[in-house]
Ligand binder design. Structure first.
Ligand SMILES: Nc1ncnc2c1ncn2[C@@H]1O[C@H](COP(=O)(O)OP(=O)(O)OP(=O)(O)O)[C@@H](O)[C@H]1O
Ligand SMILES: [Mg+2]
Length: 267
């Protein structure tokens, strides 16, 4: 399928195979991931959707190397990964900007960790702040920004390192509907423009349909991917397409039925 501006091909850039992860506490053992396989194609936008506790964050953290799996492997461009990958960037749900640093210095954080010179850092950070519409806030302290603007700084911080794969864990979860909608449109445009590969976690089925090429559906206890849905809607999309397009409605009810069944609820 063609997606206009995106450089989508069928070659997997990122692969997870047989990934397992259990957590042991005094009270219980949780199988957060039970032999999860996922092949993410070069340039695609893929979402991970499922009820709370089904292992989405755990999988994303393992992909990035923030957490280690008990078994299984992950590869980027066919090469096995160990530890935190410099080729991926992670956008957290709770962005946690450093309050004593300017917006610019927050956006440059990942570049500093990668040992880039101050001049180059500043130039790159400015470039990404412009991309997310915050160029004129570069010198401001983070507390002067709204929640949506802070979230944009988080996106800029991740984009600054020019990742091959961008990992986003419910990045718009805490925002009001209007801001959320605006950021969905922005991220879709940035994705198309930069030809990035994005793995995106969300609870919101409409958000997933609006943004994604494919949606991986999870079920909990033990956490696993039980279906991958192709979002065969044309691009570019609008919010109206997702609410009113007959195919989108079909996808939505299919996904909702799948998720309800996983929770033991009637379809
Ligand atoms: N550090 C930890 N120690 C113990 N249990 C954990 C830990 N991290 C995750 N878990 C458990 O693993 C399971 C999967 O958690 P995870 O955070 O991956 O779910 P999720 O799908 O991201 O949920 P949500 O949608 O609520 O963010 C849950 O049952 C959770 O309680
Ligand atoms: Mg989570």
């Amino acid at each position: 399928m063609q997606h206009g501006a995106s450089s989508h091909t069928d070659r997997p850039i990122l692969e997870v195979k047989g990934m397992c992860k259990s957590f042991f506490t005094k009270e219980r053992t949780v199988i957060a991931l039970d032999h999860v396989d996922l092949a993410v194609k070069q340039g695609e936008f893929i979402s991970l959707v499922g009820p709370s506790g089904c292992g989405k964050t755990t999988l994303l953290r393992i992909i990035d190397g923030l957490e280690q799996g008990d078994a299984g492997e992950r590869t980027l461009e066919g090469v096995a990964l160990e530890g935190i990958s410099q080729d991926m960037a992670y956008v957290f749900q709770d962005i946690n900007l450093l309050p004593w640093r300017s917006v610019l210095d927050n956006a440059a954080l990942g570049l500093e960790a990668r040992g880039m010179s101050k001049q180059e850092r500043t130039q790159r950070a400015m470039e990404v702040l412009e991309m997310v519409g915050l160029g004129s806030f570069a010198g401001s302290p983070p507390y002067t920004l709204s929640g949506g603007m802070q979230q944009r700084v988080g996106v800029a911080r991740a984009l600054a390192v020019r990742p091959k794969v961008l990992l986003m864990d419910e990045p718009f979860g805490q925002l009001d509907n209007f801001t959320r909608e605006a950021l969905q449109v922005e991220i879709a445009a940035l994705w198309a423009r930069l030809g990035m590969t994005i793995v995106f976690v969300t609870h919101d089925v409409d958000e997933a349909i609006f943004l994604s090429d494919r949606i991986a559906l999870f079920q909990p206890a033990p956490g696993r991917i039980t279906e991958i849905v192709d979002v065969d809607l044309p691009r570019p999309r609008t919010d109206y397409d997702v609410r009113a397009h007959p195919r989108a409605l079909e996808l939505r009810s299919h996904i909702m039925a799948h998720l309800r069944a996983g929770k033991g609820m009637p379809e």
